[in-house]
Ligand binder design. Structure first.
Ligand SMILES: [Fe+2]
Length: 475
């Protein structure tokens, strides 16, 4: 059997290699990672024939564990359970006699772990060259993220099933097979049946919200909240979602979180000087909750450019000494960039409408470092957020601990004259000469003129000589 890499092409059928050329087997969509947590992952994919596939997976390059699908349909989502937190896994899909190339991913770390690395971008779903280049740059070995947040308008023009395949899954195949993907919908996904095709294609963490439109999850010491801004700006009918219900859920969700960092992401920006401008419903209806519950960073798209706000509070820049929130528009993921009209407002720190790129964020302890990078590696923006963290959480039972050096034990006090036989005592009043000692145990410097003959040998010989003398006297 010969295996080949799944190509990231717009073609619906992704042909896999056949067994002895007898059967026809193909994945119409390469594997993509969903609901990855510390102990589980979901591997989703699509088939062009009915069969019961398996996912083979393991650590350290092995694929010696098997998760078998519960059904034989063409839409597949196989859950891997009992995984180890913060661990590299490799996996491959076996379906209908075919086998995908080996892919890899990393599980979420032990909850509370103070290091998280993620990527975020929106407005990419064109299927074009810029989208592909931005996605490819995320997978460079140095910057490979733990997870990928998609900020909406993930599949132009109307979020149909075919567009989701051709403009999202095909161009992002290499990323989605290795990086857990957490999207929110944009207005373009809502064009088709209020984002129902989008909802049908993803498996998102719904445990806290009961909805895939908005949800939250923890990764390390960061609490992520993905909102559906379409529910608030008049694009959703009330039987699908309402602003009031989402806001009520958000308040209880943020209030319950004890995470060190809180990051919220959605499509329509509360602060933007781009073509669409600021979305005041999102600012006024949700901003007060962000401020009340200590949200650190808000990520959005919609405008096809990059823009960073100053720390904002209410409708203005936060006064000196007051805590504000940084708002980003990261809408340069692939769609045609739109130039800014007019001078930058006072609240805008930096904006760019000439480069496609994505946001790369590293959270380590109390420092969040954000960079905006182009596919060529050009740095568009870089900034830090810092905060004081409390004591680090204790590892829960059963988690591995970092081995530590043996703790030196204090010397045991002994009464004079009770030295343990053979124990070396430091030479009294004998200054050591620098360089004389080798540092090895027992390497005490010798006194000038003293014999180096071992005493435990000398004494028996001396005793033997006396015995021999007495014996000879007796004889
Ligand atoms: Fe949009």
């Amino acid at each position: 059997m010969h295996f080949s890499k799944v190509p990231a092409l717009g073609a619906l059928a992704v042909a896999l290699t056949l067994t002895a050329g007898v059967s026809q087997a193909a994945l119409t969509r390469a594997p993509y990672l969903q609901r990855v947590g510390p102990n589980m992952a979901l591997v989703a994919f699509r088939l062009d024939a009915n069969c019961t596939p398996e996912v083979h997976y393991g650590t350290q390059g092995a694929t010696n564990q098997v998760a078998r699908s519960a059904d034989s349909g063409r839409i597949q989502a196989v859950t891997l359970k009992g995984l180890t937190p913060g661990t590299d896994y490799t996996y491959e899909v076996l379906a209908c006699g075919a086998r995908t190339p080996t892919e890899r991913f990393t599980t979420a770390p032990v909850p509370g772990t103070r290091h998280v690395h993620f990527a975020a971008v929106g407005d990419f779903g064109t299927g074009g060259t810029d989208e592909r280049q931005v996605a490819a740059s995320m997978l460079s070995s140095k910057l490979r993220p733990d997870l990928f947040l998609a900020l909406g308008d993930n599949a132009y023009e109307s979020g149909t099933e075919a567009e989701i395949q051709n403009n999202l899954f095909a161009p992002l195949a290499a990323v989605l097979s290795e990086v857990p993907f957490f999207p929110v919908p944009g207005n373009h996904e809502y064009v088709t049946n209020q984002a129902q095709p989008y909802l049908d294609n993803f498996y998102l963490p719904t445990s806290s919200s009961g909805s895939q439109r908005y949800y939250s999850f923890d990764w390390g010491n960061v609490h992520f909240v993905g909102l559906d801004s379409n529910c608030a700006v008049g694009l959703a009918s009330k039987d699908r979602c309402t602003m009031e219900a989402q806001r009520a859920w958000l308040e209880q969700d943020l209030a319950a979180s004890k995470a060190d960092w809180k990051i919220v992401y959605f499509h329509h920006p509360p602060w933007s000087s781009g073509a669409h401008g600021s979305q005041l419903v999102m600012r006024h209806q949700f901003g007060p909750l962000f401020e009340k519950y200590g949200v650190d960073l808000v990520l959005t798209g919609h405008d096809h450019n990059y823009e960073r706000s100053r720390p904002m509070l209410g409708d203005d820049v936060a006064p000196s000494g007051k805590r504000g929130i940084t708002y980003l528009v990261v809408g340069g993921g692939g769609a045609t960039l739109r130039p800014f009209d007019g001078a930058a407002p006072a609240w805008s720190v930096l904006r760019n409408a000439t480069d496609h790129g994505y946001l790369d964020v590293d959270v380590t302890e109390g420092t969040l470092t954000a960079k905006v990078l182009t596919p060529a590696g050009k740095l568009i923006d870089s900034f830090n957020l810092t905060k004081q963290l409390g004591p680090a959480p204790q590892p829960s039972p059963g988690t591995s601990e970092t081995p530590t050096e043996p703790v030196p034990q204090p010397p045991v006090a002994q009464a004079p004259g009770t030295e343990t036989p053979g124990t070396l005592q430091p030479p009294a009043e004998t200054p050591s000469t620098p360089g004389d000692s080798t540092g090895l145990p027992g390497d005490a410097p010798s006194s000038a003129g003293c014999s180096t003959f071992p005493s435990e040998i000398f004494l028996p010989l001396a005793a033997l000589s006396l015995a021999e003398f007495l014996r000879r006297r007796r004889d």
